[in-house]
Design a protein around this ligand. Sequence first.
Ligand code: KIV
Length: 272
Amino acid sequence: MSVAKKEYKRITTKTLVDMKEKGEKISMLTAYDFTMAKIVDGAGIDVILVGDSASNVMAGHETTLPITLDQMIYHASSVVRGINRSLVVVDIPFGSYQSDPKEALRSAIRIMKESGAHAVKVEGGKEIKESVKRILNAGIPVMGHLGLTPQSIYKFGTYTVRAKEEAEAEKLKSDALLLEKAGCFAIVLEKVPAKLAEEVAKSVSIPIIGIGAGNGVDGQVLVTHDMVGMTYEFNPRFLRRYLDLYAEMTKAFEQYSTDVKSGDFPNNKEQY
Ligand code: KIV
């Protein structure tokens, strides 16, 4: 059992800020369904992200843009039914918060009310400041997301490392301060140089949770399907695979097929 699992009965946004203060690292993984959420929560992972990466992983889309608010709420409510301890954060999907703060608030309220999740996540800094404030004013905790923000992939044109140039690094640093000042409880920092990420983590009192952002931040997040090796096409440098489930599952399915076709399954003990 992990240290944090023993110490904290239920993870709240305040727990995460306390963990940063104490220098305890925060673990975060994605889940999009009840069964996976139950395993992730049971393993003592602090935060479960119902990421809009469900658009890629669950629905097979090329980007995160097509997933809808209704689909995110469906995934989030399934995850919430599977957890006891983890904090559940849900991505507000593309097109449900960018146009104006009132729409952002309406989307956040729907997620909280209809799924039972604990917080929402939005991508961007200065551009979405008013939406972040509006959501926070309604009492809904907000996690920010800076660096590589996949909802803007068509603006970036590529999934390569962000903020290598001075101007973008400066904007990122000021966006992190802005999100902290607005009241965000944490920020995901995706695919930026480790040195910059460490600098950002030191400059704010809220946790910075990295993905491809090095080890100088306050926690780490990975997409669960990638880290257990259910996906195999995606191979960024930052990804550590803890299992090769694609190969294991393929072997099991092939064996099942062989057993069915040969008449070996079911045997006498496997029938009524
Ligand atoms: O949607 C997602 O899974 C994410 C993580 C990659 C941080 O935003």
